[in-house]
Design a binder for this molecule. Structure first.
Ligand code: UDP
Length: 254
């Protein structure tokens, strides 16, 4: 295959020009970063697993009518997506206190929140993704009030659906981050779920043991990082029982 033109390289993914206009290829790397790039590492096999996990979750969400940028998985590390204009706001939905939220409010990790809380962060590595309010988002023109209404209702639908889906496989969805983009089709714009949904951007705890099965294992040096990502994929039924070795071969692909 001809070498694709690289459009953008992020911390965990590379975007290439897609085979048709209006498409991109999303390549999932094994690189991991935390604390605004201060901590860097490699989680072997993470890209393969996140490609598969994100494909699975985006597909299930598409089936309940949440519009997404996902088209199809191409191979072990790549998926075809629709080209969107990313809204520079990270949407974090929280069900249970953890991470920076626990620190900010002096609330023990694991405390159930009175209801799901949605927060906005401005996507800026230089500024360390500062938390912003709806006022900032609309005043700076990153999104309109109508866009935010759509984003908020989609984010809460994603939360309800994923909470149930993960509970069914013995995982508690503590919190997660999603990104949305503008998809232009025949002069019409709609906002769709973009980026990825994987243990890189979700907190997932085992319902019985509270064991962390997500990127906090990397952030906090808890060990068994690869194994945690594999366990999430295995529970979702998208990794054969064979274990780590299987991740490298095409047999893991359905
Ligand atoms: N998150 C993310 N990217 C970011 C910041 C947060 O994917 O740049 C996710 C993170 O994995 C967690 C949720 O958003 O599931 C809430 O993260 P928090 O604000 O508590 O920050 P953290 O403690 O992860 O730095």
């Amino acid at each position: 295959m001809a070498r694709r033109r690289q459009i953008y390289e992020g911390k965990a993914k590379v975007l290439f020009e897609g085979p048709e206009p209006g498409t991109l290829v999303q390549y999932f790397k094994d690189d991991a970063t935390a604390f605004n790039n201060k901590k860097k590492g490699v989680i072997t096999g993470k890209g393969v697993l996140n490609n598969r996990i994100s494909e699975y979750l985006m597909t299930r969400l598409g089936e309940i009518g949440v519009p997404t940028h996902f088209v199809r998985r191409l191979n072990m590390r790549e998926q075809l997506v629709r080209e969107v204009e990313i809204i520079p706001v990270e949407i974090v939905v929280r069900n249970i206190a953890a991470g920076t939220f626990s620190q900010r409010f002096g609330m023990a990790e694991g405390t159930q929140l009175p209801r799901s809380i949605v927060e906005y962060y401005y996507k800026s590595d230089e500024l360390g993704d500062p938390m912003v309010s709806e006022e900032h988002v609309t005043a700076f023109g990153w999104a309109t009030t109508q866009d935010l209404d759509d984003i908020m209702s989609m984010a809460l639908r994603v939360n309800d659906f994923l909470t149930g889906l993960f509970l069914g496989v013995g995982l508690r969805l503590i919190d997660f981050k999603v990104e949305f983009g503008r998809l232009w089709q025949n002069d019409e714009m709609r906002i769709v779920l973009a980026d990825e949904i994987s243990p890189d951007c979700c907190r997932l705890w085992d319902t019985k043991t509270n064991e962390k099965l997500d990127k906090d294992r990397f952030r906090r040096d808890l060990g068994q990082v690869e194994e945690a990502y594999q366990e999430v994929a295995r529970r979702l039924g998208i990794l054969p029982e064979g274990g780590p070795g299987d991740v490298k071969g095409p047999k893991t692909l359905q």
